[in-house]
Design a protein around this ligand. Structure first.
Ligand code: SF4
Length: 193
């Protein structure tokens, strides 16, 4: 059921013209990985390589994300990866609030189908989008791991960390991101107190 639901949604997203980004992008970049996974990583939007291939996190950032994931014994085919917006913002700028709002429906529907127990938020755009707040990454990361409960009783554990593109520009921060990955590993192994 997941696969047919997610396929139908990806077709709707392909046809979306709700914001101007559809005019400048090559193709929509929906999501990749294992939709049955209970772990979802969320970035901000597609970059150049992603825009060319239609797959999220396949460029240099994607390779670094793969290393981050593998550093705690996971693999890309054991997680699901998606972005806040599905079309590439020109020149890799951050998506505007209007663009994020336009893509909100797809974001929510995609996340509802995935229905994960663990969400890793990559960078401030994804952290702000998911929480509806605006903190610094330092403030977000101080909350790791953060468990939230929805009105229907569903619980999701959040891990806040840096976007791989930021880490490529600021390699000195990789140690901090690796600390976040270790928290995720401990949560998954139920070793976190
Ligand atoms: Fe539609 Fe989202 Fe692409 Fe904007 S970014 S055109 S809302 S799919």
């Amino acid at each position: 059921m997941f696969v047919s639901d997610i396929s139908k949604l990806s077709i709707k997203v392909c046809e979306c013209t709700k914001c101007p980004l559809h005019k400048s992008c090559n193709r929509t970049v929906f999501g990749s990985g294992n939709i049955y996974s209970n772990i979802v990583f969320i970035g901000e939007g597609p970059g150049k390589e992603e825009d060319e291939l239609g797959i999220p996190f396949v460029g240099r950032s994607g390779k670094l994300l793969t290393k981050m994931v593998e550093s705690i014994g996971l693999s890309r085919d054991r997680i699901y990866v998606m972005n806040v917006v599905k079309c590439r913002p020109p020149e890799n700028r951050n998506p505007s609030q209007e663009e994020i709002d336009s893509c909100h429906q797809w974001f929510v529907e995609q996340l509802n189908i995935a229905n994960p127990n663990y969400i890793v938020l990559l960078g401030k755009v994804a952290c702000d989008k998911f929480t509806g707040k605006s903190f610094s990454m330092k403030q977000y990361r101080s909350k790791n791991p953060k468990t939230i409960e929805f009105s229907d009783g569903r619980k999701v554990t959040l891990i806040f960390t840096y976007h791989p593109a930021y880490l490529l520009r600021n390699p000195g921060m990789k140690t901090e991101a690796w600390k976040d990955m270790k928290i995720l590993r401990d949560v998954l192994e139920e070793r976190y107190e």
